[in-house]
Ligand binder design. Structure first.
Ligand code: CAA
Length: 414
């Protein structure tokens, strides 16, 4: 029985800050940000957008594109590490804004950037447990990544959401039944209660990510079916390798680690490739990873949504020729939990590949450093949408400790 993602829709905030503006303001060489980290632009929410509206706007775009009646959704999962309340989940605001019916299980998931994958796997299991019934789940990963202004983490901020429709006979990605997981209690990245900006031990977080990748990938590799021949590499069975991408250079570090592990485990293959390892790993990166990170370089870190933004971007960029190809996917959440799994893109992908992401990216308003800092300071203020706003819903502000949301005029929504 094939279960997975039938369709994805992404949503990114209305504002974008180019890296040259940040580099000049912080007196950092631009090449450090564009080459050292691989970031080109950072998505910035205006005061009228928060994690709830990002999630709801992605969900609305998905339900509209898929022509799904919200009443059909029996499970709504919102994954985020940008919670707006200690008790009330982001998902219940989204449930209301999208007009989903009362007979729906709704909850929020948290495990840093891993929660989007945790939500997807939970939804896939829920659909499978329906034993052939027409269960449909809506999974939304949404986040606003924030670090201290002027800190090394600042250029790796971003914001966005990806909504996924999970069901039988999916057209975008059939999720593998096997996966490899890895969990370990580490303090690499965290956000104590009451803080808006994350705390991070940056260099250590990169080591933790790579250790978790080795652990999860090793666990998956031994479960691969049909089993790998002694000289066979798993990456040779994959068309593309997708990663959680906090900044694009991290995907290069991750892929370098993964192919080395994979090739080392494949005897003859390793002896062939070892003398030219850097060159072979770089060629594999160019072919199997670079095409997946275009959107991330223009949006920044979206935490739980990052891996799924890569998938949405790859589907939109490649479309129908992806049909029948197999993908490897790696999810990492600090703290930490990681999962490696694979998926096959069905032949019918051409009908669902266009998520409108390129149009959203092109429609954004470019802001300067003063406007960026004003947005950071006004993050809980709410407000009116800017002219370039492409969403359905806005955040109006907090009154009496309650968050208020509204729908923009129908003609303003893209
Ligand atoms: N031109 C070109 N490249 C340059 C340069 C220049 N002038 N100056 C420096 N660089 C390169 C460096 O060589 C380095 O590249 P390598 O890693 O390939 O050696 C790169 O730019 C970064 O420079 P630094 O090593 O000086 O690092 P930094 O102090 O700027 O910090 C960071 C980088 C640790 C990633 C920091 O941005 C950070 O803390 N980010 C947030 C944490 C994070 O994203 N961690 C990732 C793993 S955890 C995770 O994935 C979960 C999550 O989403 C947070």
């Amino acid at each position: 029985m094939s279960v997975g993602i039938d369709r994805l829709a992404a949503y990114v905030p209305a504002y974008v800050l180019p890296m040259d503006a940040l580099a000049a303001a912080r007196n950092v060489p631009l090449e450090k940000l564009t080459h050292g980290l691989g970031v080109r632009e950072m998505a910035i929410p205006p005061p009228c957008e928060d994690v709830v509206t990002l999630a709801a706007n992605a969900g609305a775009r998905l339900l509209r594109a898929a022509e799904v009646d919200p009443g059909e959704i029996g499970l709504l999962l919102v994954a985020t590490e940008t919670a707006v309340d200690h008790a009330k989940p982001v998902g219940i605001f989204v449930h209301d804004l999208l007009g989903i019916g009362v007979h729906c299980r709704v909850f929020e998931l948290k495990h840093a950037c891993y929660a989007g994958t945790a939500a997807l796997m939970t939804a896939v299991d829920w659909v499978r447990a329906g034993r052939g019934g027409r269960r449909r789940a809506l999974v939304i990963a949404a986040d606003v990544a924030r670090y201290e202004l002027g800190s090394p983490g600042e250029p790796t901020q971003g914001a966005g959401a990806v909504a996924m429709l999970v069901q039988h006979d999916p057209r975008a990605l059939q999720v593998s039944e096997e996966s490899g997981v890895w969990a370990s209690n580490v303090y690499d990245f965290w956000r104590p209660l009451g803080r808006r900006e994350a705390l991070v031990d940056g260099k250590y977080s990169i080591e933790c990510y790579l250790d978790a990748l080795a652990g999860a990938f090793g666990a998956y590799r031994s479960r691969e079916r049909p089993a790998l021949e002694p000289d066979e590499a798993l990456v040779d069975r994959l068309a593309y390798c997708l990663y959680h991408v906090p900044f694009p250079k991290m995907a290069a570090k991750a892929h370098r680690r993964l192919v080395e592990l994979d090739w080392r485990a494949a005897g003859v293959r390793w002896r062939e490739v070892e003398p030219r390892l850097d060159e072979a790993a770089a060629a594999s990166y160019d072919a199997q990873v670079a095409p997946t990170i275009e959107a991330v370089a223009r949006v920044g870190n979206t935490y739980t949504a990052s891996l799924w933004l890569c998938l949405a971007s790859l589907l939109e960029r490649t479309g129908r020729p992806l049909g029948g190809r197999r993908l490897g996917l790696f999810s990492y959440g600090s703290g930490s939990c990681a999962e490696y799994f694979t998926g096959v893109v069905p032949g019918s992908v051409g009908a669902v590949a266009d998520g409108g992401l390129a149009r959203l990216l092109a429609a954004r308003t470019t802001i300067d450093i003063d406007e960026y800092e004003r947005c950071i300071g006004a993050a809980d203020a709410g407000g009116e949408p800017p002219a370039s706003f492409a969403g359905d819903f806005v955040f109006r502000g907090v009154r009496n400790d309650r968050r208020e949301y509204g729908r923009v005029a129908a003609e303003a929504a893209a």
